[in-house]
Each structure stands twice: as C-alpha cells, then as structure tokens.
Design a protein around this ligand. Sequence first.
Ligand code: KIV
Ligand code: NA
Length: 267
Amino acid sequence: PLRRITVPAIRAGKGGTPLVMLTAYTARVAALLDPHCDMLLVGDSLAQVIYGLPSTVPVTLEMMCAHGAAVVRGAAHALVVIDMPFGSYEASKEVAFDSAARILKETGASAVKLEGGVAMAETIAFLSARGIPVMAHVGLTPQAVNALGGYGARGRSEAEAAKIIGDAQAVADAGAFAIVIEGVLEPIAVAITEAVACPTIGIGASARCDGQVLVGEDMLGLFDRTPKFVKAYGTMAAGVTDAATRYAADVRARAFPTAAETYQPKI
Ligand code: KIV
Ligand code: NA
C-alpha cells in the first residue's frame, strides 16, 4: 500500500512538480480521487456543495469533524487537510489550538487550514510550535464574505495587492507549511510564490503557483455555480440527470427490476 504523504514532503515540493490538491467530503469520492492527489482538502466549501448553505459562515466543527473522518477513512495516500470553520479559531491562539486539536483527534487528519494573513500569524506560529501543521489561505477568503462584500477577485488596487502579499509573507514567516492563494490577480500570486519558502497552492491564482486546488465537485462538473477559475474535467451533472431519467422511466414502465435483480424461491 502507498504510504501517506507527509507535511515535510509537501513542504519539500516547493518549486518542483506542481502539487495536486482537490477537495473531498465523503469517503467514496475521497477513495476515487486519492491516487491522483498529493493532498485532499476537506474544505468548508461543503457548506454550499453538500449542505446547500449560502456561504461557509454557518459551518460547524461537528460538520468538519464528521466529513474529515470520512475522508481520512476513504483515502490512504494523500495528505488530508481539514478547514477550520468560521468562529472556531479567530478569538485567540488558545481557542484555535483547542479546535485544531479536536479536529486532528477526531478525524486522524494531519493538518488544518485557516483563513487570514497578518491577523492569524501569531496563531499559526502557536499551533505550528505545538505539533499542528497549518496551511494558510490568503487573497479571497470566503469566510470573510460579509466584510469583503462578495466573491470577486482581490488585489485590483495597489494597496490591496500589497496587503495580500504582506499577509502571505506573514503566514509564511509564522510557519505555515503551505499557503492557498485564492482569487487574486495573477501577478500577486507570482510575487508571493517567488517570495515565500513554502509551497503556494493556487485557485483562481496562477499556473506558476507550486500547486493547484479545485473543489472536487466543480472539477467533476457536478456543481451548478462555476466561477471563472473552475474548469470542469467531468460531466457528472449530465451523468446524474441521464441516469435518474432512465431509472424513473424504467420504474414507471415496470422495466426495473428485471429477473436479474429479483430473488426467486429455490425450486
Ligand atoms: O473550502 C474550500 O474548498 C477551500 C478551497 C477552495 C481552497 O478552501
Ligand atoms: Na475553505
């Protein structure tokens, strides 16, 4: 069996073959994606993808732990990273440690991810020094949607671009083992990738990042809302519709089940 990829191995991926990351929320999908990925992210995007919620703000630790444990059970090879949900880490570094420790203990995952830059640097250093590897997330940070006012690309002004680059430098200096850069103008992602010693993982960022991440369902073509930075490599929505259409027709025509799917008494 493949040995699970480690945090130091991901860190060592800086500047090498781009790191492959996808989100997964369930055991079966995780098992299918696992052999192809260096990392699987149990993203708080499960809010929209799995739960039909309007944003990631309502996501709870309980939800992340349940789905995180499922993904760890399903995936044997990829490093599993679990998003810390909004409200579980911002108040203090101690609160963050308790939440992150609970996530690692209940799921068996190896690392957590949290959103924020300069404001989270002290927390990232605190967790990193205490055995909890942290992936940072800068640029478009969806948990801050109420402050940002939407999901548009960030860094269109010089001041905002400089702030994002400063955020990335701060979390790198604090010991983040990798940084997700989401929804920024490409030159910002390139500047960060060149400036920091840890790998950058882009989403709506740049092909020059040290790796890429997408929401698994977006990549599979299963989700309805697809931002500019998504490329659908699959056609699962069409596949589901086609299968459900034919199943419903068969049931209504009494064409399912057939003898092949029916138990008969032994003669
Ligand atoms: O929640 C998520 O899926 C994420 C990725 C898009 C980076 O944070
Ligand atoms: Na997330």
